[in-house]
Design a protein around this ligand. Sequence first.
Ligand code: HEC
Length: 191
Amino acid sequence: MRRALFPIVVPAAFALALSGCRNDMHHQAKIKPFRESKFFADGASARALPEGTVARGFLREDAALARGQGPDGKFVERIPVPLTRALLARGQERFNIFCSPCHGRTGEGQGMIVQRGFKRPSSFHVERLRAERAGYFFDVITNGFGQMSGYAMQVTPEDRWAVVAWIRTLQASQHMPGDFLEREDRERLDK
Ligand code: HEC
């Protein structure tokens, strides 16, 4: 090789060699999702999940907790978790975040989105919904209802029960038999 070419050829060779070194993981044998492959006889690149496979953390064995249904497949009458102050606080918070934009903070059905033209949902304080089973509310949150979409992705099953507990609290706040209160409290209310 002529001496004059040295300053060009040698660095160029180095550059080539070095860029070759960074190739390690870039060009490996791999199969992109849903791409055809000869590895399995059926030509698919992946195997179907064995029947009954459950993702980690998603084994929801308790139908009442997970779907709001009893063994008879009907909605459970009562909330299947212990009612605590913490649960109500959580339910209030989740309700105000996820539901009040439409249902309003008191559940009347006059949230901001409704004021801007979305379908007005029924108030939670009508007789029909006061009499409704707890599991029904859980189901509506999970799967949606009519124009309302489900909130299974945003609200965990535990939080859904907290929200149901808060709906019950709202309902109670608007409809309590008078004799539920102590006499002096009732007198104060009557004034
Ligand atoms: C984007 C507005 C919107 C949000 C947010 C929303 N809802 Fe609704 N919801 C509606 C509408 C509208 C209906 C009535 C749907 C219909 O009749 O087509 C409804 C219906 C319902 C019903 C059924 C009432 C009946 O008449 O039987 C329940 C219960 C309910 N929503 C609870 C909730 C809860 C709990 C949340 C929060 C997790 C929530 N909704 C969030 C709009 C909303």
